[in-house]
Design a binder for this molecule. Structure first.
Ligand code: CTP
Ligand code: MG
Length: 214
């Protein structure tokens, strides 16, 4: 079957504060260009959801559609714009995507039809209560969810339709599948897959780009 990469890139980048985030550059290349470049060689097509009034940089091997109000809306639109059997949903805001992670994800999808890259939590976790230590949260079984996330397209369409009908919102797509009571496979991710969200993350990305691009 065919595989499509779906890249939600229509956010406004409020927390970073440098305009639409997908177009912010790290060492001369935008987050969007980096994400597309990582996925394009590994899939049959790449679709990107963009903010209104923007367009893809010339020559990028991808097709653009108009994004939605929320990330969830943008992904739903992307899903409707492809007929691929398998979709990989990946945030444009995660520019450092190693190929081996994509391969591991693709291998995991057939088992349940839904899989996400995630990182076992390494830090000690504690609940904060009014600025004070409110009690430990055992981290043994905790994973931090990343992207890409891979699905049989039919399954993710169903999950989006159900979420929409119930007014359920999630910050990712695997969460919508899990909400239906369906299994989602966890695939070990990579620290370099962190999401560029704040100015501090951008500084980290600039440092990492020097190694990544070398
Ligand atoms: N996204 C999208 N459509 C939206 C909102 C977000 O396609 N309406 C995308 C973003 O472009 C990003 C990914 O979803 O690639 C993760 O979102 P986030 O990191 O929150 O990015 P922004 O929404 O742009 O940032 P902020 O929340 O700080 O405004
Ligand atoms: Mg956002």
């Amino acid at each position: 079957g065919r595989t499509a990469a779906l890249i939600p890139a229509a956010g406004s980048g409020t927390r970073l504060g440098l305009g639409p985030k997908a177009f912010v550059e790290v060492a001369g290349k935008s987050l969007l260009v980096r994400s597309v470049a990582a996925l394009a060689p590994l899939v049959d097509e790449v679709l990107v959801a963009l903010p209104e009034g923007s367009s893809l940089p010339e020559g990028l091997p991808a097709r653009a559609i108009l994004g939605g109000e929320t990330r969830q809306d943008s992904v739903r639109r992307l899903l409707q714009a492809t007929s691929a059997d398998v979709v990989l949903v990946h945030d444009a805001a995660r520019p450092f995507l190693p190929a081996h992670v994509v391969h591991a994800l693709l291998e995991a999808i057939p088992e349940t039809g839904a899989a996400t890259v995630a990182l076992p939590v390494a830090d000690t976790l504690v609940r904060g209560e009014a600025g004070r230590w409110g009690g430990l949260v055992p981290r043994e079984s905790l994973w931090a969810v990343q992207t890409p996330q891979g699905f049989r397209r039919e399954l993710l369409l169903r999950a989006h339709a159900a979420a929409r009908a119930e007014g359920f919102a999630a910050t990712d797509d695997a969460g919508l599948v899990a909400r239906l009571g369906l299994p989602v496979t966890l695939v070990p991710g990579d620290a370099r897959l962190f999401k560029v969200t704040t100015p501090g993350d951008l500084a980290l990305a600039q440092a990492l780009a020097r190694v990544w691009d070398a």
